[in-house]
Ligand binder design. Structure first.
Ligand SMILES: Cc1cc2nc3c(=O)[nH]c(=O)nc-3n(C[C@H](O)[C@H](O)[C@H](O)COP(=O)(O)OP(=O)(O)OC[C@H]3O[C@@H](n4cnc5c(N)ncnc54)[C@H](O)[C@@H]3O)c2cc1C
Length: 387
């Protein structure tokens, strides 16, 4: 027997350091996350503060950023960490992606020196948590329509509006909020507890249940002039952050798929149907072979995009291609694995249905599959078909 990753000799593409990082994150997941995650999912709860400190202690929060207490690792190392986290649960990878690639990256890339010093070391250590508020109730795929405003009043800014579906919202110490100003879209750091800033959790989710999702309400929130991120002007600011987070999903989604496939292979080997192991039937082997192919292709694409990112040549269209392909194929793999587990596949005793419903959110956030299809369509034809 050969593992799905060994089939593609994936490790030959990785450095020793990258393999070590992968093992470290896997060990943390095995010890701190896997034994509990089905229970967190079932209860719709996540001990985000404890987990952030644990993940901070192994250096995965903002690990691809340089300085300010961040580990300064390469893109493939970061991707492999995302893969291991998402093999445990997409909610865990979401916590880390939002912290490192959205909130920390926004401050690291666009913040003033004072903002970086104030927030980044504590966020890298997991002592403080951040969220990223771009989506609104009426504007998700089209964030340019946002209604949240920030208006100058003397030296202050006053923010009004509502952000929706915000990961880490109610457990955050700081929200990066994007708002319309007289000079276009700008980003603001809104500390938790600022008067007029309230956060309500989204209830009744049946996907990403081991992840906090919230509404942010800004009602006359007054911030000092220096709360604005000086380096971000226009929508390219938040879109640049999303490109970072999407890259993590290219790897992460394959982690969820790998966990499903390994579970299904083990189950099919044990499960007797018509007096023979389920794995011995050709229909089963066809499913397993097809899934291993898509997994292997997705992993090779992820590593290739990682190397392009490390070389500084990756384009947003290439990240869109990776996100579109890998999430779509991961979801297909999760669904097919679910069939192999029969009725057991619908319980939380196995991780497969949890990954499957989690991936439904991953398909939608950080740009839906339709939006990434349109990005590729525009790249191939030169014609935008968004509106
Ligand atoms: C669990 C979860 C966590 C999230 N976390 C965050 C977060 O931390 N921060 C944040 O800012 N946002 C977050 N989001 C929001 C997410 O990014 C949006 O849900 C996403 O961008 C889609 O927006 P929407 O839900 O408003 O759907 P819509 O934009 O209303 O889209 C509905 C459907 O229309 C399709 N569609 C849209 N435009 C077109 C078009 N031009 N042509 C064809 N089809 C189109 C879409 O693809 C989709 O199928 C999160 C969402 C979820 C589910």
């Amino acid at each position: 027997m050969i593992s799905p990753t060994a089939l593609f000799a994936l490790d030959t593409l990785l450095t020793e350091e990258e393999r070590e990082i992968r093992s470290t994150v896997r060990r943390v997941c095995d010890r701190e996350i896997r034994p509990h995650v089905a229970g967190w999912f079932e209860d719709g709860e996540l001990p985000a503060r404890e987990l952030a400190r644990t993940l901070g202690s192994v250096g995965v929060l903002g690990m691809h950023l340089d300085g300010y207490g961040c580990a300064g690792m390469g893109a493939v190392s970061y991707g492999l960490a995302c893969l291991e986290l998402e093999a445990a649960d997409s909610g865990l990878r979401s916590l880390v992606s939002v912290q490192g690639s959205l909130a920390m990256y926004a401050i690291w890339k666009y913040g003033s020196e004072e903002q970086k010093q104030e927030w980044l070391p504590a966020m890298a250590a997991g002592e403080r948590i951040g969220c990223f508020g771009l989506t609104e109730p009426d504007f998700g795929s089209d964030p340019g329509g946002m209604r949240t405003t920030a208006k100058r009043e003397g030296g202050d800014w006053v923010l009004n509006g509502t952000k929706m579906w915000i990961t880490n919202g109610s457990v955050s110490d700081v929200a990066v909020v994007w708002a319309r100003t007289d000079e276009g879209v700008r980003g603001f750091l809104v500390p938790a507890g600022t008067p007029g800033f309230t956060v309500n959790d989204v209830k009744h989710k049946i996907s990403l249940r081991a992840s906090v999702t919230s509404e942010l309400v800004l009602d006359g929130v007054r911030l000092p002039g220096e709360a604005m991120l000086p380096g971000a002007r226009g929508l390219s600011g938040p879109l640049g952050c999303l490109n970072e987070a999407r890259f993590g999903i290219v790897f992460g989604s394959m982690g969820a798929a790998l966990d499903c496939l390994e579970t299904a292979i083990a189950y099919a080997g044990d499960r007797q149907v018509f007096a023979r192991p389920l794995a011995s039937y050709q229909l089963t082997q066809e499913k397993l072979a097809d899934m291993a192919l898509e997994l292997g292709k997705g992993l090779l694409l992820a590593v290739h995009l990682g190397r392009l990112k490390e070389a500084g040549t990756i384009t947003p269209e290439q990240v869109s291609a990776g996100k579109l392909n890998n999430v779509r194929e991961a979801l297909e793999i999760a669904r097919k694995c679910r069939t192999l587990l029969g009725a057991s596949g619908v319980t939380l005793e196995y991780p497969v249905i949890r990954h499957s419903v989690n991936l439904e959110s991953v398909l939608t956030y950080e740009g839906t599959s339709e939006i990434h299809t349109l990005v590729l369509g525009r790249a191939l034809t030169g014609i935008g078909a968004f509106s």
